[in-house]
Design a protein around this ligand. Structure first.
Ligand code: ADP
Ligand code: ZN
Length: 231
Protein backbone atom coordinates (compact mmCIF):
# COMPACT_ATOMS: atom_id res chain seq x y z
CA UNK A 1 0.00 0.00 0.00
CA UNK A 2 2.88 2.35 -0.66
CA UNK A 3 1.50 3.91 -3.82
CA UNK A 4 1.42 7.67 -4.37
CA UNK A 5 -0.48 9.54 -1.71
CA UNK A 6 -3.48 11.54 -2.81
CA UNK A 7 -2.79 15.27 -3.13
CA UNK A 8 -5.58 16.90 -1.16
CA UNK A 9 -5.67 20.67 -1.39
CA UNK A 10 -8.10 23.47 -0.69
CA UNK A 11 -8.02 27.11 -1.78
CA UNK A 12 -9.31 30.07 0.20
CA UNK A 13 -9.55 33.64 -1.02
CA UNK A 14 -12.04 36.39 -1.60
CA UNK A 15 -14.49 36.28 -4.46
CA UNK A 16 -12.62 37.58 -7.48
CA UNK A 17 -9.18 36.65 -6.08
CA UNK A 18 -8.64 34.30 -9.01
CA UNK A 19 -9.25 31.02 -7.18
CA UNK A 20 -11.10 29.40 -10.06
CA UNK A 21 -8.39 30.14 -12.63
CA UNK A 22 -5.53 28.99 -10.42
CA UNK A 23 -7.44 25.90 -9.33
CA UNK A 24 -7.91 24.85 -12.95
CA UNK A 25 -4.17 25.24 -13.52
CA UNK A 26 -3.30 23.33 -10.37
CA UNK A 27 -5.67 20.55 -11.30
CA UNK A 28 -3.79 20.15 -14.60
CA UNK A 29 -0.38 20.46 -12.98
CA UNK A 30 -1.04 17.78 -10.38
CA UNK A 31 -3.51 15.75 -12.48
CA UNK A 32 -6.16 16.00 -9.78
CA UNK A 33 -9.85 16.85 -10.13
CA UNK A 34 -10.90 20.45 -9.58
CA UNK A 35 -13.94 20.49 -7.32
CA UNK A 36 -15.69 23.85 -7.43
CA UNK A 37 -18.85 24.04 -5.36
CA UNK A 38 -19.89 27.19 -7.26
CA UNK A 39 -19.57 25.33 -10.58
CA UNK A 40 -21.46 22.33 -9.20
CA UNK A 41 -24.26 24.58 -7.97
CA UNK A 42 -24.41 26.49 -11.26
CA UNK A 43 -24.63 23.18 -13.15
CA UNK A 44 -27.59 22.21 -10.97
CA UNK A 45 -29.19 25.60 -11.69
CA UNK A 46 -28.69 25.14 -15.46
CA UNK A 47 -30.12 21.62 -15.29
CA UNK A 48 -33.06 23.18 -13.48
CA UNK A 49 -33.29 20.38 -10.94
CA UNK A 50 -35.42 21.06 -7.83
CA UNK A 51 -32.16 21.35 -5.92
CA UNK A 52 -30.83 23.84 -8.48
CA UNK A 53 -33.99 25.95 -8.26
CA UNK A 54 -33.67 26.15 -4.50
CA UNK A 55 -29.94 26.93 -4.61
CA UNK A 56 -30.35 29.70 -7.19
CA UNK A 57 -32.51 31.73 -4.81
CA UNK A 58 -29.63 31.88 -2.34
CA UNK A 59 -26.95 32.35 -4.96
CA UNK A 60 -28.60 35.27 -6.73
CA UNK A 61 -28.83 37.14 -3.45
CA UNK A 62 -25.22 36.33 -2.65
CA UNK A 63 -26.20 34.24 0.36
CA UNK A 64 -24.63 30.90 1.18
CA UNK A 65 -26.55 27.69 0.68
CA UNK A 66 -26.86 25.67 3.89
CA UNK A 67 -23.84 23.88 5.33
CA UNK A 68 -25.79 20.66 5.38
CA UNK A 69 -26.74 20.77 1.72
CA UNK A 70 -23.33 21.75 0.39
CA UNK A 71 -21.56 19.28 2.65
CA UNK A 72 -23.76 16.51 1.27
CA UNK A 73 -22.85 17.45 -2.29
CA UNK A 74 -19.11 17.60 -1.55
CA UNK A 75 -19.14 14.42 0.49
CA UNK A 76 -20.66 12.52 -2.40
CA UNK A 77 -18.06 13.87 -4.81
CA UNK A 78 -15.17 13.04 -2.49
CA UNK A 79 -16.41 9.48 -2.23
CA UNK A 80 -15.74 8.87 -5.91
CA UNK A 81 -12.78 6.86 -7.00
CA UNK A 82 -10.74 9.57 -8.78
CA UNK A 83 -10.65 11.85 -5.75
CA UNK A 84 -9.90 8.98 -3.39
CA UNK A 85 -6.94 7.82 -5.46
CA UNK A 86 -5.49 11.05 -6.84
CA UNK A 87 -6.75 13.66 -4.45
CA UNK A 88 -8.39 16.94 -5.41
CA UNK A 89 -8.30 20.69 -5.24
CA UNK A 90 -11.31 22.20 -3.51
CA UNK A 91 -12.48 25.60 -4.74
CA UNK A 92 -15.22 27.33 -2.74
CA UNK A 93 -15.37 24.71 -0.01
CA UNK A 94 -15.05 24.84 2.93
CA UNK A 95 -16.47 28.31 3.36
CA UNK A 96 -17.54 28.14 7.01
CA UNK A 97 -15.98 26.61 10.12
CA UNK A 98 -18.84 24.09 10.21
CA UNK A 99 -17.95 23.00 6.65
CA UNK A 100 -14.28 22.68 7.60
CA UNK A 101 -15.24 20.43 10.52
CA UNK A 102 -17.41 18.32 8.24
CA UNK A 103 -14.54 18.04 5.75
CA UNK A 104 -12.21 16.73 8.46
CA UNK A 105 -14.73 14.00 9.19
CA UNK A 106 -15.18 13.14 5.54
CA UNK A 107 -11.42 12.82 5.04
CA UNK A 108 -10.59 11.04 8.31
CA UNK A 109 -8.30 9.34 9.05
CA UNK A 110 -6.38 11.41 6.46
CA UNK A 111 -6.79 15.10 5.88
CA UNK A 112 -5.81 18.03 3.69
CA UNK A 113 -2.12 18.39 2.82
CA UNK A 114 -2.27 22.17 2.51
CA UNK A 115 -4.66 25.10 2.27
CA UNK A 116 -3.71 28.01 0.03
CA UNK A 117 -5.11 31.42 0.90
CA UNK A 118 -4.96 33.55 -2.23
CA UNK A 119 -4.64 37.05 -0.87
CA UNK A 120 -5.97 39.97 -2.90
CA UNK A 121 -7.07 43.30 -1.34
CA UNK A 122 -10.73 44.17 -1.14
CA UNK A 123 -10.58 47.14 -3.54
CA UNK A 124 -8.91 45.04 -6.22
CA UNK A 125 -11.42 42.19 -6.08
CA UNK A 126 -14.32 44.65 -6.14
CA UNK A 127 -13.07 46.18 -9.37
CA UNK A 128 -12.56 42.73 -10.88
CA UNK A 129 -16.00 41.48 -9.89
CA UNK A 130 -17.81 44.50 -11.28
CA UNK A 131 -16.12 44.02 -14.65
CA UNK A 132 -16.36 40.22 -14.70
CA UNK A 133 -18.23 38.47 -17.49
CA UNK A 134 -18.55 34.72 -17.91
CA UNK A 135 -19.45 32.29 -20.66
CA UNK A 136 -22.99 31.08 -19.99
CA UNK A 137 -22.06 27.68 -21.39
CA UNK A 138 -18.56 26.73 -20.20
CA UNK A 139 -17.98 29.27 -17.42
CA UNK A 140 -14.78 30.78 -18.90
CA UNK A 141 -14.00 34.15 -17.31
CA UNK A 142 -13.65 37.48 -19.11
CA UNK A 143 -13.03 41.00 -17.83
CA UNK A 144 -11.87 44.40 -18.95
CA UNK A 145 -8.34 42.93 -19.15
CA UNK A 146 -9.27 39.61 -20.75
CA UNK A 147 -11.78 40.08 -23.50
CA UNK A 148 -12.94 37.64 -26.20
CA UNK A 149 -11.81 37.78 -29.84
CA UNK A 150 -15.40 38.35 -30.95
CA UNK A 151 -17.47 40.58 -28.70
CA UNK A 152 -20.00 38.66 -26.63
CA UNK A 153 -18.85 35.23 -27.88
CA UNK A 154 -16.74 32.79 -25.85
CA UNK A 155 -13.29 32.02 -27.32
CA UNK A 156 -13.34 28.56 -25.84
CA UNK A 157 -16.75 27.22 -26.83
CA UNK A 158 -18.64 29.87 -28.81
CA UNK A 159 -21.17 30.33 -26.01
CA UNK A 160 -22.75 33.63 -25.06
CA UNK A 161 -20.82 35.86 -22.65
CA UNK A 162 -22.98 37.25 -19.86
CA UNK A 163 -22.74 38.82 -16.43
CA UNK A 164 -23.19 36.29 -13.65
CA UNK A 165 -26.59 36.80 -12.00
CA UNK A 166 -24.80 37.12 -8.66
CA UNK A 167 -22.38 39.78 -9.92
CA UNK A 168 -24.84 42.61 -9.26
CA UNK A 169 -23.56 45.36 -6.97
CA UNK A 170 -25.77 44.22 -4.12
CA UNK A 171 -24.90 40.53 -4.35
CA UNK A 172 -21.18 41.29 -4.69
CA UNK A 173 -21.21 43.38 -1.53
CA UNK A 174 -23.14 40.71 0.31
CA UNK A 175 -20.76 37.93 -0.77
CA UNK A 176 -17.69 39.92 0.26
CA UNK A 177 -19.30 40.72 3.62
CA UNK A 178 -20.10 37.04 4.19
CA UNK A 179 -16.55 36.17 3.25
CA UNK A 180 -15.17 38.26 6.10
CA UNK A 181 -17.77 37.01 8.53
CA UNK A 182 -17.99 33.30 7.70
CA UNK A 183 -14.89 32.34 5.72
CA UNK A 184 -12.12 34.54 7.14
CA UNK A 185 -12.10 32.54 10.42
CA UNK A 186 -10.92 29.56 8.38
CA UNK A 187 -7.49 31.11 7.87
CA UNK A 188 -6.95 30.94 11.64
CA UNK A 189 -8.47 27.46 11.74
CA UNK A 190 -6.02 26.13 9.17
CA UNK A 191 -3.10 28.13 10.52
CA UNK A 192 -3.55 26.34 13.83
CA UNK A 193 -3.54 23.02 12.03
CA UNK A 194 -0.28 24.04 10.37
CA UNK A 195 -1.78 23.79 6.89
CA UNK A 196 -2.09 27.42 5.79
CA UNK A 197 -0.03 29.00 3.02
CA UNK A 198 -0.87 32.64 2.35
CA UNK A 199 0.04 33.53 -1.23
CA UNK A 200 0.02 37.02 -2.73
CA UNK A 201 -2.59 36.94 -5.50
CA UNK A 202 -1.48 40.16 -7.22
CA UNK A 203 0.48 39.62 -10.42
CA UNK A 204 0.22 37.76 -13.71
CA UNK A 205 -1.47 34.35 -13.77
CA UNK A 206 1.95 32.72 -14.21
CA UNK A 207 3.53 34.65 -11.36
CA UNK A 208 0.75 33.73 -8.97
CA UNK A 209 0.82 30.09 -10.09
CA UNK A 210 4.59 29.96 -9.50
CA UNK A 211 4.15 31.37 -5.99
CA UNK A 212 1.55 28.74 -5.19
CA UNK A 213 3.75 25.94 -6.54
CA UNK A 214 6.73 27.24 -4.58
CA UNK A 215 4.69 27.28 -1.37
CA UNK A 216 3.54 23.71 -2.01
CA UNK A 217 7.06 22.54 -2.90
CA UNK A 218 8.16 23.94 0.44
CA UNK A 219 5.84 21.37 1.97
CA UNK A 220 7.12 18.54 -0.19
CA UNK A 221 4.04 18.64 -2.42
CA UNK A 222 5.14 18.20 -6.03
CA UNK A 223 3.62 16.80 -9.18
CA UNK A 224 3.88 13.06 -8.94
CA UNK A 225 3.90 10.00 -11.07
CA UNK A 226 0.88 7.75 -11.18
CA UNK A 227 0.95 4.08 -12.05
CA UNK A 228 4.69 4.09 -12.73
CA UNK A 229 4.36 6.23 -15.86
CA UNK A 230 5.12 9.83 -16.53
CA UNK A 231 1.97 11.87 -16.91
P1 ADP B 1 -18.06 33.41 -5.36
O1 ADP B 1 -16.85 32.89 -4.61
O2 ADP B 1 -17.74 34.52 -6.31
O3 ADP B 1 -19.25 33.72 -4.50
P2 ADP B 1 -18.67 30.71 -6.25
O4 ADP B 1 -18.80 30.32 -7.65
O5 ADP B 1 -17.60 30.06 -5.43
O6 ADP B 1 -18.51 32.28 -6.34
O7 ADP B 1 -20.06 30.49 -5.48
C1 ADP B 1 -21.26 31.01 -5.97
C2 ADP B 1 -22.37 30.86 -4.92
O8 ADP B 1 -22.60 29.47 -4.65
C3 ADP B 1 -22.07 31.46 -3.55
O9 ADP B 1 -22.34 32.82 -3.48
C4 ADP B 1 -23.01 30.63 -2.67
O10 ADP B 1 -24.35 31.05 -2.78
C5 ADP B 1 -22.92 29.27 -3.28
N1 ADP B 1 -21.85 28.44 -2.67
C6 ADP B 1 -20.72 28.00 -3.29
N2 ADP B 1 -19.95 27.30 -2.44
C7 ADP B 1 -20.61 27.30 -1.25
C8 ADP B 1 -20.34 26.76 0.04
N3 ADP B 1 -19.21 26.05 0.29
N4 ADP B 1 -21.23 26.96 1.02
C9 ADP B 1 -22.36 27.65 0.81
N5 ADP B 1 -22.68 28.20 -0.38
C10 ADP B 1 -21.82 28.03 -1.40
ZN1 ZN C 1 -17.56 29.08 -23.32
Amino acid sequence: MDGPHPIRLAMLGRQGAGKGTQCVRLSHHFAIPHISTGDMLRAAVRANTPFGQKASEFMERGELVSDEVITGVVSERLGENDTRVRGFILDGFPRTVAQAGALQEILAPGGLLAVVDLDVPLEVVKARLFSRRVCAVCGANYSVEVFPRVEGICDVCGGEIVQRPDDTEEAISRRLELYEEMTRPLTEYYRRLGLLEVVDGIGSLDEVMERILAALRGRGIEGQVFGGQDS
